[in-house]
Unconditional design. Structure first.
Length: 216
């Protein structure tokens, strides 16, 4: 780690300014690096730490009774995991699975400080903004399912994915996308082929290149 924890907080969590809170994070946080496809957390596991993402992207999922995965959200730099916060504050085991989508660097905070640090306004605001952002994403997801066609949902998904990875080329199978969008591989493949004919994307083996990326 070339930068100090204080520098990482200043660069990626600029709203955390309280001196005592910063000192607490410096004292108790651990700097962690994980590789693409590494499992950060699994369903049913004990939650010992909460992540603060410095770089990279983390896919957060739930599982239904038939073991089908459901995409909840992606963690980006400057964010923490709302579901992890909820579970640790309720003394519950993990209800999510978190997988690195690329190399990820993060600070991990022991869960015993989650309640204690709520005395700091900066920490309370950080936690509440995390919940607010996820709630807004939930509303967007409901709107998407209720009011948008699958081709619109797919294009938005690809643009969001591209922006989160800061790359126009996405390395995913049609089946993986279908799982995230709660659809079937056949439907996704058919729409992608139509998008390719419309010169919106260029398809390869487990590779999709967006020819026009909408800024997020």
């Amino acid at each position: 780690m070339s930068a100090s924890i204080e520098e990482l907080l200043s660069n990626h969590f600029p709203t955390i300014l309280d001196t005592d809170l910063v000192e607490g994070i410096k004292e108790h946080a651990t700097y962690v690096e994980v590789e693409e496809d590494d499992l950060l957390m699994d369903i049913g596991s004990k939650i010992n730490t909460v992540p603060m993402i410095i770089s990279g992207s983390v896919k957060v999922m739930r599982e239904d009774e038939e073991s089908h995965e459901l995409l909840l959200y992606y963690l980006q730099p400057g964010e923490t995991c709302a579901m992890s916060l909820t579970c640790c504050m309720a003394f519950k085991r993990s209800e999510i699975r978190a997988v690195a989508q690329e190399k990820v660097t993060m600070l991990t905070i022991p869960v015993e400080f989650m309640d204690e640090w709520m005395k700091f306004r900066d920490w309370r605001s950080f936690v509440m903004n995390t919940y607010r952002m996820r709630f807004e994403e939930l509303l967007d997801a409901v709107d998407s399912i209720a009011f948008h066609r699958m081709d619109e949902r797919l294009l938005k998904y690809l643009n969001d994915k591209s922006n989160s990875l800061n790359a126009s080329e996405i390395h995913m199978s049609h089946q993986e996308i279908a799982v995230d969008l709660n659809s079937s591989r056949e439907v996704i493949s058919r729409i992608l082929k139509q998008m390719e004919r419309n010169e919106l994307v260029k398809l390869g083996r487990n590779r999709i290149q967006l020819l026009e990326v909408a800024e997020g």
